[in-house]
Design a protein around this ligand. Structure first.
Ligand code: ATP
Length: 295
């Protein structure tokens, strides 16, 4: 095999709680992760000569070591002392710096895809161990589906699949640094913790209303306060009939869960017309089959 094409799926957080801050600056979290059908297209090609090249459809995205996809490739090429190199082409659709783990999803796809392309036969667990050195969300992006993430986000427990529903995603034209949001959060002052166990119970009961009703994200207290457009988008989604609407990760992306696709579509149009966001996607919850990264 000389070439492989993969879909790097983005995620939303159905719940995000922060339990405390570690001395090294990392935070202990409790998050419910969910894959959505919004993805970057990642193409990997074996090169005769050594080295890594990265190309993407976004001019502002770095193509050197500061691209996480580059670093993912480097880890494996170095580890296996590979004489061949790899060309990585990224067609980005997941909003960047938006709380949807776009970079982590690309890195996960590179680790998974290169393992196949070069025939190294690393297990999923071994890929996750390499992944966590790149970022706390990378192991989840290797696993995908519905999961509870604890520790710094790397301790994963698979949960019953989220029942199918429509997801409206809107990213206002602001970029948010995850690091900055966590730095501004005073984890010892959080009084209103989201009902993570309620979400898990809802998933076990396949009760999408219960899941939606239990959603919560403590990071909204930082990002939403700074950017009122996040509140405006949430309100618009609720007015449009969303079961609930919330910011994903550290934001600024907002998502709403809808029973009907037509309602999600109509709300998307309202958000566009009011100028709250330009990057708007109507998609679905995606429960992926194991070891399939191109479906
Ligand atoms: P998370 O939800 O994990 O916090 P995010 O959505 O906040 O992720 P990303 O889109 O993954 O953030 O990227 C954040 C930063 O990383 C951007 O400033 C971007 O320049 C840089 N970056 C490096 N590599 C990539 C990549 N392959 N895709 C997107 N961003 C990348």
């Amino acid at each position: 095999m000389e070439r492989i094409q993969l879909k790097a799926l983005g995620k939303i957080n159905l719940g995000l709680d922060v339990l405390g801050r570690r001395e090294n600056g990392y935070h202990d979290v409790r998050m419910i992760m969910q894959t959505v059908y919004l993805y970057d297209e990642v193409t990997l090609e074996k090169r005769k000569e050594p080295g890594i090249t990265v190309a993407s459809n976004l001019v502002f995205l770095p193509t050197d070591e500061s691209n996480i996809a580059f670093r993912a490739a480097k880890i494996l090429l170095d580890e296996f002392g590979e004489k061949h190199g790899v060309s990585i082409t990224l067609k980005k659709h997941i909003p960047v710096a938006a709380g949807m783990a776009g970079g982590s999803a690309d890195a996960a796809a590179v680790l998974f895809g290169m393992n196949r392309l070069f025939g190294w036969k690393l297990s999923e667990k071994e890929l996750m161990e390499r992944g966590v050195t790149l970022g706390a969300d990378v192991p989840y992006c290797i696993m995908r589906g519905t999961a509870l993430a604890e520790g710094i986000g790397e301790k994963l427990t698979r949960l019953p699949a989220m029942p199918k529903c429509h997801v409206l995603i809107a990213k206002p034209p602001i970029s948010v640094s995850t690091k900055m949001v966590y730095e501004k959060l005073d984890s010892s002052a959080i009084v209103d913790h989201p009902d993570i166990d309620g979400i898990i119970e809802g998933l076990r009961a396949k009760d999408v209303t219960r899941v939606a009703g239990s959603m919560g994200n403590v990071l909204e207290s930082v990002t939403e306060k700074q950017y009122p457009v996040i509140t405006q988008i949430k309100e618009e989604m609720l007015r449009g009939g969303a079961m609930n609407a919330m910011m994903s990760g550290s934001g600024p992306t907002v998502f709403g869960l809808f029973r009907e696709r037509s309602m999600a579509k109509k709300t998307a149009e309202q958000i566009r017309q009011k100028g709250f966001a330009r990057q708007i996607y109507t998609t679905t919850i995606h429960n992926v089959r194991k070891n399939r990264r191109n479906d």
